[in-house]
Each structure stands twice: as C-alpha cells, then as structure tokens.
Design a protein around this ligand. Structure first.
Ligand code: ATP
Ligand code: MG
Length: 557
C-alpha cells in the first residue's frame, strides 16, 4: 500500500531519542517495554496509541515488549477482558514476547514489602482511608504524621503478617511507605502500598486478602520483567519520584525508568473504560463492540483496519503536552487505507422504484463495471440492467431547487455504468407520496460506448430491481458530542438520540455472499463494512465506516 506504512515507526517521538541515547551510552543493552492494561474493560483507541508506541519502539531497536495484565485489583477484573485484550493486541498486528500477570508476582511483592518494613521504611497504619486522606495535607500545607508511624519493626512485621492471614477486615489496616509527610510532592507523603481486600481474584483465587497498590506494584512489575523504559501517560508524572523510590529501596536488580507521554483524546469521543463500561451496562449500546464505541473491537466491527489505526497512531505522534485530536483525522486514515483496496459498488439506501417504459419487458442485459476506478488491478464485474431499477429517493425532486441536476420531471441524468434516463411521469399513492417514477432511456447513451451527442450534469447510482439483494444499512453519528462531555456522571443523560440510523435498501446481486468484515465503497455513500454478527447468508448488514469526503486535511488541523 502506498502512503500508510511508509512513515517510519515513531518518527516524531521524543521517547525514541531517549532510548537511542540510553543504548549509545550503554545504560541499557536491550530495550524492553511493556503494555500493561488493567483487565477491567475492553481496549479503546487511546490504548492503541500506547500499544503502537511500546511495540514499535522495541521493534525499531530490536528489543522486546511484554503484554502484562496489571491485575492487582481483584474487584473489577475479569477473564473476559483478558481474552478481549489479547485478541485486540494481536489484531492490531503485534506479537508480545512475554505474557505476564502482575498477580503472578504477588509473592515477590509481599517480600519487598517485608524488606521495606525491616529497613524501617514501611509501617502498618490503623487509620481509616478517610483519616489518611484528611491527614495528607494540601499543596501548601504539610501532612500530619500518623500516630502509628513509629511502630517498631517487630510490631509492623507481626501486624503485616496478620493482615495477610486475614485477621482484619477490609479497611481496618493498611501498609504505608515511610517517606516524608512534609514532602512538597503529595505522592511521597507516606503512600499506602498494601490494603486489605477480601475478594476472590480471577487469577490467584483466594490465596490473598491483601493487595499491593498500583503505585507500589507497577515499578516492581517492571523491575521483575527487566523492563528498561516504562512508558505511561502524563498523569503519572508526579508519581515518578515514588516509582524511583520503590526501585531504589526495594533493591531490585533491574532499574527501570518511567517516561510519560500525552494521552490520546479525540473530539466527540468518550475515552475512559469506566464510562464505556457504563454505556455497556446500561445498554445504551449493543455491547463493547458496538460500532459507535471507540473500543478497538467497536472500531473493528465498524470496519476500521489495523493498518489505518497504526497509521493514525504514528501520525499523531507522542508529545508532552495535552491536546485533543480531531476525530476526522482517524477517519482520514481509514479512507486512505480503503481507497485503493475496497471494491466500489452501488447500493441504494432509501429506494425509489423506477420503471423504464421503453425498455423491453422480460429482458436483462449485463453491463461491464470497473471495480475501482483508481485501481485497475481490481478488474471489472458485470451488473444486470433491466426495465425496473431502484434509485435513491433524494435523487428525485418533483420541484427542484436551482442547481439541482438530478432527476425531476422532464430532466435527464446519467445512470452510473449504464444509460441516460429521462423522467416522464411521477406516480403517487393516495397520501400524495411519490412511489414510482416512469422514465425513458436512450439506448445510444450506453456508458463506455463513446456517445457524445449531448451531456447531462447529474450522474446517479442505481440497482437493478429483480436481482437486487435486500440489505440493511447502519449510519452512525457520535454517541455523545463534545459539548455534552464533562467529568460528571450525567453524561449518560445527554446521549445523541440520532447516533444510529438504520435503513433498508438494496445492493448489487454480486454482493449476495458478502461475508463478515468485507469492505466496500458504495458510490456516493462512503465506505461500509459487512457486520460480522448481524449479517445472514444472502442478507447482509452494512455498517458505514465513514462517508466519502471530509474537509479535514492531515497537517492542517
Ligand atoms: P482508562 O482511563 O480508559 O480506564 P487506563 O489508563 O485506566 O484507561 P489501563 O488499562 O491502565 O487503562 O491502561 C493501559 C495502558 O494504556 C497504560 O499504560 C495507559 O497509560 C495507556 N492508556 C490508556 N488510555 C490512554 C490514552 N487515552 N492515550 C494513550 N494511552 C492510554
Ligand atoms: Mg487504569
């Protein structure tokens, strides 16, 4: 393919510069990255950015990338999510080196916690979560030390052991790192590193009732796997000093380092697993893979290709500043990818019957049509033409406005790949609605015949009626618009009621056997994907991926 894969991986990427320097300086001998999703939902397009970044960075320097499930929170996680994440990473075109679960390291993490206690760097606190939060201080005020902060090592070892054995209820005690309650960085004010959660874990079952906190677990996971460059989003920047503290004081052999980049935000797109899960749970959408969802599985079902998503991620690049990317840029890349790949066929989404009165009854001719006018290699197909065809309802107007060049009484248009037809008569039902047009055609004007007698201004598409394949078309609009978005939970109340429009129409007979995930460009309507779930043999359902044109140009956003 031209264009899409040509840009070198991660070319506009400050992290790449760091990696190259680290290799040159000998700080690392092999680059090891990881993609660390928490299995508490399906992956979305924001995760794709992180996946591409981690895998392509390691690829470029012949290093390794692990897929690691950050499953340290037993309550929200599920194997369904684990399986969907694996599938999505593979579908995007990446192969992990190691597949790990953070929960496999619970034993090692526990040992590191014991080490901190023995070094006088961790203590068991009996304060409640609320008390701890209250005593944390503010950006301008130092925190207040816990009355339990100076427990002896022996007492801490005993209490932590009993926490582990299950002697205490949820929230009764926590283990905290002992750092500095007056630190200007609030994250260093004795952060909680272990808490009690009596819950079944999808991987470790009931083996544990204490679980490490993310900020403590993550650097250890990285160190255990020998990750050299631990790449995360900017909100973790303030956590970096604690990350380094853990690596230093837990005396890990490997010394991973954390680097932060800007997360992807898209216009008109909700990008948070928590909110996406709400949409699924409250049945606003038809599951995680609803084509209106910005999940990888939703984009796949809508018809996006891995190539388009990867090219998009490359184009947006990696930076250190907050920004919102225009969703039309993502659309640009699927158009680019499908432009030369997708067959261009005709579909009528809102049918209006046309009878060609001077065409012989009972006769059918087969017209030659090119499959892709920009890619000759895709060859041609034959489509039937006869006395009855369907056209789009809005390609006819009884009283046309100025500059309307399609059908109206007395006007002539070109039928794509076929003949000129002229509207002679309008048939209406009792309600006064137009139900049929009666037209004549001019046999001299056959497409490709070199006819040059006269010109018409409009070209419309059509499908021959007797062999047309009935099809369902789904057109999408954003589920929640930007002006409706906010951090409040009421975003659910402000859903776009028109996010899905379903139409019943027809496609060419050759598309009878279109199978799930086949992609087409329908003349004038845009790119469509055959829905893999709802299509039946001979009865396809098409999801519109994107319309044909956009005012958006990459680089001019
Ligand atoms: P969400 O906020 O949507 O729940 P998360 O960050 O909690 O996402 P994780 O499973 O923890 O989800 O994320 C796995 C990796 O993906 C992390 O390294 C995270 O930084 C990255 N990531 C998540 N969202 C984005 C985004 N919008 N842009 C870039 N990277 C992201
Ligand atoms: Mg998270």
């Amino acid at each position: 393919m031209v264009g899409l894969e040509s840009k070198s991986a991660s070319s506009n990427n400050f992290i790449k510069t760091i990696v190259a320097e680290d290799l040159a300086a000998g700080r690392v001998t092999e680059v090891v990255t990881r993609f660390p999703p928490e299995p508490n939902g399906y992956l979305h397009i924001g995760h794709a950015k992180s996946i591409c970044l981690n895998f392509e960075l390691a690829d470029e320097f012949k290093g390794r990338t692990n897929l690691r499930f950050d499953d340290t929170n037993p309550v929200k996680e599920d194997v369904e999510y684990v399986e969907s994440i694996k599938r999505d990473v593979q579908w995007l075109g990446f192969e992990w080196d190691g597949l790990f679960f953070a929960s496999d390291y619970f034993g090692q993490m526990y040992d590191k916690a014991l080490l901190l206690i023995r070094k006088g760097l961790a203590y068991v606190d009996d304060q409640s979560v609320d008390q701890i939060r209250e005593n944390r201080g503010t950006l301008t005020e130092p925190g207040v030390e816990s009355p339990y902060r100076n427990r002896s090592v022996e007492e801490n070892l005993d209490l932590f052991e009993r926490m582990r054995k299950g002697e205490f209820a949820n929230g009764e005690k926590v283990l905290r790192a002992k750092i500095d309650m007056a630190s200007p960085n609030v994250n260093l004010r004795d952060p909680v590193i272990y808490r009690i959660v009596h819950a079944h874990h999808h991987n470790t079952g009931d083996a544990w009732c204490i679980y490490p906190m993310y900020a403590f677990a993550h650097p250890l996971e990285d160190a255990i796997e020998g990750v050299t460059h631990s790449i995360c989003t900017l909100e973790f920047e303030d956590q970096r000093p604690f990350y380094d503290w853990v690596v230093e004081h837990c005396e890990t052999e490997a010394k991973p380092r954390q680097y932060e980049f800007n997360r992807l935000n898209l216009t008109n797109t909700v990008m948070s697993k928590r909110k996406l899960k709400q949409l699924v749970d409250e049945k606003v959408v038809d599951g995680w893979d609803d084509p209106r969802m910005p999940t990888i599985s939703g984009l796949r079902r809508k018809g996006y290709t891995p190539e388009a998503i990867r090219a998009f991620c490359r184009e947006i690049g990696v930076a250190k500043s907050y920004g919102v990317v225009d969703e039309r840029m993502l659309e640009h890349f699927i158009r680019e990818d499908l432009k030369l790949k997708a067959p261009r066929t005709m579909a009528v989404l809102r049918p209006l019957k046309v009878v060609i009165t001077n065409y012989p009854e009972g006769e059918t001719e087969w017209l030659e049509a090119e499959n892709n006018s920009e890619n000759e290699e895709m060859g041609t197909r034959r489509i039937p033409f006869s006395r009855e065809i369907y056209i789009e309802q809005d390609d006819f107007m009884e009283v046309p406005p100025p500059k309307y060049f399609r059908l109206f009484p007395g006007n002539e248009v070109r039928l794509k790949h076929a003949y000129f037809i002229k509207c002679e008569e309008v048939v209406k039902n009792d309600a006064g609605e137009v139900v049929e047009l009666r037209c004549t055609y001019d046999p001299e004007t056959k497409s490709g015949s070199g006819f040059s007698g006269r010109k018409v201004k409009g070209t419309i598409h059509w499908v021959e009626a007797s062999q047309a394949v009935p099809a369902t078309f789904r057109l999408y609009e954003p589920l929640i618009r930007d002006e409706d978005e906010g951090e409040d939970s009421s975003f659910l109340e402000r859903i776009n009621p028109n996010s899905l429009e379903t139409l019943e129409g027809f496609v060419e007979p050759g598309m009878k056997d279109a199978a799930g995930q086949d992609k087409f460009q329908f003349f004038r309507h845009g790119y469509f994907n055959v829905d893999p779930k709802d299509s039946a043999p001979g009865r396809p359902v098409f999801n519109r991926i994107v319309s044909l044109k956009s005012s958006f140009e990459v680089g001019k956003a």
